[in-house]
Design a protein around this ligand. Structure first.
Ligand code: KG4
Ligand code: ZN
Length: 359
């Protein structure tokens, strides 16, 4: 039986993700969310997260393969997140990948979680072209990077303090929203006026971000005026979070003469961010939105401008998932090399790295 499927697994934090790329095409992404498990604690409890991964990995793998009509002997390689993330959570997916690699006698490809987010934009027929600029905006990271070729990254700037998603989650909590608050803030904000409150936008370096001042300002508004209109508050706060994300990404792509700009990570699900991006792109003259093909639900939205093409993955691929890991592994194999951790078989000595960097 021909081996033709790349299996990807992500257990870096609180969601178990499995994805499959078959004959070069993204076929499936399945995520077992732990949101309900951690909600009452207001954040992720590491031990609970790893134990839940242990329960979810076996059935998720079984169901994913069944749905994709793929059998284990057809698996060619296993991509798995090595870091960064929670050690206990990472260990569950990594151990499962090692066991599969040994049992199936196929290589495993250790993948950096942040790099995997970038490859969530490589799931359409049209791929991003190098050199590219990528913004990763998630619950734990806000990073703008320049990449001249696959596997080579230069940091343009990152957050000095809180990540964008972290700021949204913390302020959402003050509004009484449960963790993680991103989607609820998004829904609220769509019903509000983004100019109702004027929140400060941090004055940082060209490509740096900072959200602690904004968080404090938001807290002060809520303390001073207990009766704020939540939709207006959410809309105005969201506006202040996303404005620098959009502006600095566009500036980065322009100044670095990038061929592609990629926006990835959980915060890129945000509806207002997507609208604002479209508005901001008008400044580059004629802009065409190329809708994703109907037969590929994983293809990113493409905005073609005169200067560069912007890639925005569908919302389900912005938050953590296994397909982005499969995509990273697949593109490294295509480029004839292993990912940064190599293409490993047998996987004996390999360990997870909770603070793995990729730059
Ligand atoms: O990429 P991700 O799933 O996990 C990390 O690697 O951190 O991102 C999760 C983050 C959370 O902070 C969540 O509140 C935020 O993404 N998020 C959103 C939206 N959906 C999720 N933020 C803004 N708008 C959304 N619609
Ligand atoms: Zn992530």
């Amino acid at each position: 039986m021909k081996r033709r499927a790349i299996l990807g697994m992500d257990t870096s934090c609180d969601d178990t993700g499995v994805g499959l790329i078959v004959n070069g095409k993204p076929i499936l992404s399945k995520v077992a969310s732990q949101e309900a498990l951690h909600r009452s604690y207001g954040g992720v409890i590491p031990e609970l997260a790893s134990r839940q991964h242990l329960k979810d990995v076996p059935w998720l793998l079984r169901e994913a393969l069944k749905e994709a009509k793929i059998t284990y002997p057809q698996v060619e390689a296993i991509g798995v997140t090595r870091g960064p993330g929670l050690a206990g959570s990472l260990l569950v997916g990594f151990s499962a990948a090692k066991a599969l690699s040994c049992a199936l006698q196929v290589p495993m490809i250790p993948v950096n979680h942040l790099e995997a987010h970038i490859f969530s934009a490589f799931t359409g027929e049209k791929k991003p072209e190098y050199p590219l600029v990528a913004l990763i905006a998630s619950g734990g990271h806000t990073e703008l990077v320049y990449s001249p070729e696959i596997g080579v990254y230069e940091l343009l700037g990152r957050t000095r303090d809180d990540a964008a998603g972290e700021a949204i989650d913390k302020v959402g909590r003050l509004l009484g929203l449960s963790y993680p608050a991103g989607q609820a803030m998004d829904n609220l904000g769509q019903k509000g006026n983004p100019r109702a409150f004027s929140f400060p936008v941090a004055q940082t370096g060209a490509y740096e971000f900072s959200y602690s001042g904004l968080k404090t300002a938001a807290k002060r508004v809520l303390e001073k005026d207990g009766k704020v209109h939540p939709p207006d508050f959410a809309a105005s706060f969201t506006e202040a979070v996303i404005q620098p994300l959009v502006e600095k990404s566009l500036r980065g792509a322009e100044e670095k003469n990038a061929h592609s700009l990629i926006l990835v990570g959980g915060v890129i699900r945000n509806t207002r961010l997507r609208q604002r991006l479209q508005e901001a792109l008008q400044r580059f003259g004629k802009m065409t939105l190329l809708p994703p093909p109907p037969d590929n639900p994983f293809a990113p939205l493409l905005y073609q401008t005169r200067k560069f093409t912007v890639f925005v993955p569908p919302p389900e691929l912005c938050t953590d998932n296994g397909l982005m890991v499969a995509s990273a592994a697949y593109h490294y194999l295509l480029a004839g090399r292993g990912a940064k951790g190599g293409k490993v078989f047998p996987p004996d000595d390999l360990d997870v790295d909770p603070s793995l960097d990729f730059i």
